[in-house]
Design a protein around this ligand. Structure first.
Ligand code: ATP
Length: 234
């Protein structure tokens, strides 16, 4: 059993008076892929924001490599090795593909990822390295967003709905790249609305329903019925 690197216990989070997450518990082991599924508005993005520091939480509810990080800023958390691939990609519009990637590397963390490896992973990005990132197709922009996160040499990658709005063939090519990304000590939380995809890439899954964990278990032996109940509440 590998070591737990992220441990979330009793996480409450929200926006002003609105509470979006209730007492959420979740853990990730080194090198593991964990899927988070749930319907629109279930709280998946709020969970990713809480881990990455975009939403502050009680310090000890999010523990990363044995340190409470709930009260740290996003840049402090990124420097500790947690990288977010945000929903909607959020690339720097005026910058080229390569400049977007280089920005990801500016934290100066040491590790296996550099421009060469990103271009080997997604060769189309090397061909298009000098064009504005926003002139790429949606799938290629998603590759830039993943590459930018990897350039920070994280220990945990948070991938928030990376397949949203992309054609099935593009989604397949991005997910096919995943085994070449994780491992080597890099863990990932994959937030997905595509349940089959989420289960196929992960070792464990958490389902959120209205801000609460409604189901968790090993991805390969969770039943369709249990997921339907946990996902839709039926
Ligand atoms: P989706 O798949 O639609 O992105 P989600 O599971 O990621 O859904 P969240 O985006 O985390 O869900 O939203 C959880 C709840 O928080 C929803 O009720 C949503 O309306 C609310 N919410 C999200 N962002 C904000 C915000 N900035 N201000 C106020 N409420 C918000």
């Amino acid at each position: 059993m590998s070591e737990t690197i992220l441990s979330i216990s009793g996480l409450d989070a929200g926006y002003g008076d609105f509470q979006a997450l209730y007492r959420v518990d979740l853990s990730v082991n080194a090198g593991e892929v964990v899927a988070v599924i749930g319907a629109n508005g279930a709280g998946k993005t709020t969970l990713m924001r809480s881990v990455s520091g975009l939403i502050k939480t009680a310090p000890e509810t999010v523990v990363w490599q044995n340190q409470g990080i709930g009260a740290l800023r996003a840049d402090q958390i990124a420097a500790k090795g947690i990288a977010l691939v945000p929903e909607g990609r959020q690339l720097f519009k005026s910058l080229s593909v390569e400049e977007n990637l280089i920005i990801g590397g500016q934290l100066g963390r040491k590790g296996p990822w550099n421009l060469r490896r990103i271009y080997d992973l997604f060769p189309i990005l090397e061909e298009r390295r000098d064009v504005p990132a926003t002139s790429l197709s949606g799938g290629q922009q998603q590759m830039v967003a993943i590459g930018r996160a990897l350039m920070s040499n994280p220990d945990l990658l948070l991938m928030d709905e990376i397949s949203l709005g992309l054609a099935p063939v593009i989604i397949k090519s991005i997910y096919d790249a995943l085994p070449g990304i994780v491992g080597e000590g890099l863990a990932a939380i994959v937030v997905e609305q595509d349940i089959a995809k989420a289960l196929s890439v992960s070792s464990r899954v958490y389902c959120l329903q209205e801000g609460r964990v409604s189901l968790t278990g090993a991805s390969h032996d969770i039943s369709r019925e249990a997921i339907s109940r946990a996902y839709f509440g039926v």
